[in-house]
Design a protein around this ligand. Structure first.
Ligand code: MD3
Ligand code: FE
Length: 204
């Protein structure tokens, strides 16, 4: 475990190869039930380069109307499928949180995809951590502090790595600058899957 900043922990190789494979199989079933969609930016309608879907009782979506969590897929109108047990296990193991996550956002990066510097602030439960799991190709992940224009550091995330984002780092700026296509043989082709587990509703 590497403490990148207070509350921000990198767990390299958290999942072994067999666990990663099992999780990919579960993610494929999630994507069959809830196809990847292209979110668009609030106001401008500019498409994201990352494609997304969700599982859990709530899923994160973005369109011209804004960012929000909702109980159904934006295109099919179907409820999201449950978070697979392989993924829930990571929350129970890493989150140190008595309550369960409502949302698991599934991000799919192709070789061109990026995620600009942003904060995850659409959740009410800011006392709960966000758990991130990486599958497939390596990426260059960047994180900073609580201010957009502050200094940042970069680390390479690899398949099987977990990141726990909590405490003083819960509202840190972060993003994905680039993929390293072809660095993993986990997926059938190039690309990276990132799962983020989130608690949305405040309890107590
Ligand atoms: C650091 N995803 O979905 S996960 C996102 O790899 C998102 O797909 C990235 O940012 C990805 O919102 C990064 C790791 C992560 C997630 C949330 C954080 C790092 C974080 C919140 C605060 C600081
Ligand atoms: Fe984020």
């Amino acid at each position: 475990m590497i403490e990148l900043a207070p509350g921000l922990t990198h767990v390299p190789n958290y999942l072994d190869r067999a666990q990663q494979q099992a999780m990919v199989d579960d993610v494929r079933a999630v994507v069959r039930a809830a196809p990847l969609f292209v979110p668009t930016m609030p106001r401008t309608g500019k498409p994201f380069s990352v494609r997304m879907t969700n599982c859990g009782t709530l899923g994160w979506v973005s369109d011209r109307g804004g960012y929000r969590y909702q109980p159904h897929h934006p295109a099919t109108g179907q409820p999201w499928s449950p978070i697979p047990s392989t993924v829930m296990r990571a929350w129970r193991d890493l989150a140190a949180c008595a309550v369960e996550p409502e949302a698991c956002l599934v991000n799919f990066y192709d070789r061109e995809a990026r995620m600009g510097l942003h904060r995850d602030a659409d959740e009410q439960a800011l006392d709960a951590p966000v758990i991130s799991l990486s599958l497939g190709d390596d990426c260059l992940f960047r994180f900073g502090g609580l201010e957009r224009n502050g200094p940042t550091k970069s680390i390479r995330l690899q398949s099987g790595d977990a990141v726990v984002i909590g405490g003083a780092s819960r509202l840190c700026y972060h993003g994905v600058d680039r993929l390293y296509p072809g660095t993993s043989t986990l997926l059938a082709g190039e690309g990276r899957i990132n799962l983020t587990l989130r608690r949305i509703a405040q309890t107590g």
